[in-house]
Design a protein around this ligand. Structure first.
Ligand SMILES: NC(=O)c1ccc[n+]([C@@H]2O[C@H](COP(=O)([O-])OP(=O)(O)OC[C@H]3O[C@@H](n4cnc5c(N)ncnc54)[C@H](O)[C@@H]3O)[C@@H](O)[C@H]2O)c1
Length: 465
């Protein structure tokens, strides 16, 4: 008996090996002696019957986009102000728990000569707002917990939705967004404003023109000392929501700012896709030390157990063999940085800590500032050329926020696919829980699900229509 089983077993093992190598994506072929594959902790749920992908989704043009803002705290109020400068929009409703916030937003409308909007203040009034017949777009600027619930409810009630970052805070929420957008065939855009920064847009344009050759590696970050903000010393976060999140989870909780621009440059889910990631986090030191210094050794803030390690570093491998690094640190005293770095076979660009471009054949050092400025002028993105002057005037992080608003409304009014789709929202937000799981397991490689469920090669590049 035994002797007849052994050859069979060898044959089956050999067959299994051949089949698994054949099934490998290019990045998985990198090592012949892989001990284990990235863990598929979040398998892709099958697409519900009758549902198809929403890659490059086009919806009926809307002549005047009727908007309701939900959450008009500091970010939402700014959004209302910016929207008073846009043509083809009407602000019909404002919703927030704090009556003074609503009054402040109404004053902005009045100051711009616009009619007052209807206001809502109840805890669940956002549902009433989503149920209104006369709204086309729900614009969400609440704390993170409500982004996905509101977005899903809005789409289920026939509304396009734009939500502040991150669009989702769990993998389950990421799939809820994807499934609802596919089922309702409505737009769900995550409001990643950093994609519209002038420098990021120019480098996207340069990359499209092949200046950096094949982009092999990209880096992004959100490094921003927010300790004073978390303790509401410099601003009033509603109910200290941001401190609560940063206290309770250890992961990259705010990945999208540095990540969005490089994902578009690398055409993620337009010809390439993320395969797996590993995340390593330092321990937590910053919040405790800051709280001790500010509030006293024995204070409530100083004695809390802050879970999130200060420096969080994630590495991602893509299907086409590219590597990505993203970092998150919001509790160390250091200069602001989103890194924004692209390294290709013909050149290199970075924005932080020093802005510079280096191109072959002189890529061993940065080109002069004059040369870089003229290159940036030549490769200014057509969109910032079109709207840049107005964007700088209206402002919002130097103008990128207004460019984002302008693009969203332009695409809705013309029935065009949005620059950022629901898969971007899910992919960029998914880093939160994926990184959390990797950290919790000694930086275990974790597979990144394909939120397009096979449609990632349908188009080969990101297009801003
Ligand atoms: N893209 C960017 O550059 C950027 C910058 C800052 C903030 N943000 C994002 O914007 C969002 C809001 O941040 P913020 O700084 O304005 O916070 P905030 O605390 O000032 O605003 C949140 C608002 O939500 C309201 N709210 C709470 N529960 C509500 C409910 N049930 N119904 C209606 N409103 C409710 C609060 O009253 C508050 O006014 C966050 O998601 C944050 O990540 C993005």
């Amino acid at each position: 008996m035994k002797t007849s089983i052994i050859p069979n077993f060898k044959f089956i093992a050999a067959l299994f090996l051949i089949l698994s190598v054949a099934a490998c994506t290019p990045s998985e072929k990198e090592s012949g002696d892989t001990l284990f594959k990235a863990r598929e902790l979040f398998p892709e749920p099958p697409r519900p019957a009758g549902q198809t992908d929403v890659i490059e989704l086009r919806c009926d043009p809307i002549d005047t986009v009727r908007i309701a803002f939900i959450g008009v705290g500091s970010r939402g109020t700014e959004a209302v102000r910016r929207y008073t400068y846009l043509e083809g929009v009407k602000i019909v409703a404002l919703c927030d728990l704090v009556p003074e916030n609503l009054e402040r937003a109404q004053k902005i409308l009045k100051g711009s000569g616009l009619p007052p909007a209807d206001t809502y203040t109840g805890e669940l009034d956002w549902q009433k707002v989503c149920e209104r017949e006369d709204v086309n777009l729900i614009y969400v600027c609440t704390h993170w917990d409500l982004h996905t619930p509101i977005a899903v409810y809005a789409m289920e009630h026939g509304k396009h939705v734009a939500t502040e970052v991150p669009a989702a805070i769990t993998m389950e929420q990421c799939w809820q967004l994807v499934n609802t957008a596919e089922k309702t065939r409505l737009h769900c855009m995550q409001l990643e404003n950093c994609n519209y920064d002038f420098f990021e847009m120019a480098t996207l344009n340069m990359a499209r023109h092949g200046l950096f050759g094949e982009i092999v590696h990209a880096e992004g970050a959100y490094i921003h000392d927010l300790r004073a903000l978390y303790f509401n010393e410099t601003d009033e976060y509603w109910n200290m929501w941001r401190l609560r999140h940063n206290q309770n989870r250890n992961g990259n909780l705010y990945p999208t700012h540095g990540f969005g621009p490089i994902c578009h440059t690398l055409n993620i889910h337009r010809g390439d896709k993320m395969e797996y990631l590993v995340t390593l986090a330092s321990d937590q030191f910053g919040m405790t030390e800051y709280a001790k210094d500010k509030f006293g050794e024995d204070s409530d803030y100083a004695t809390r157990d802050y879970k999130r390690g200060d420096m969080n570093t994630t590495l991602i491998k893509t299907s086409r063999g590219k590597s990505i690094l993203i970092q998150h640190d919001v509790t160390s005293p250091r200069p602001y940085s989103r890194i924004h770095m692209l390294s290709g076979t013909k050149g290199f660009v970075q924005k932080w800590p020093i802005q510079g471009i280096a191109l072959e054949p002189e890529a061993h050092s940065f080109m002069s500032e004059e040369k870089m400025d003229s290159l940036l002028a030549v490769y200014e993105h057509p969109i910032t050329k079109e709207v840049g002057e107005m964007a700088r005037k209206v402002g919002g992080h130097g103008g990128m926020d207004f460019t984002m608003d302008y693009r969203l409304i332009h695409c809705l009014r013309n029935g065009l696919p949005l620059d950022q789709d629901v898969y971007d929202a899910a992919e960029w937000s998914s880093i939160i829980e994926l990184s959390e799981k990797s950290i919790a397991n000694q930086s275990m490689p974790v597979k990144v699900p394909d939120f397009t469920r096979g449609a990632w090669q349908k188009v080969s590049t990101v297009t801003y229509y």
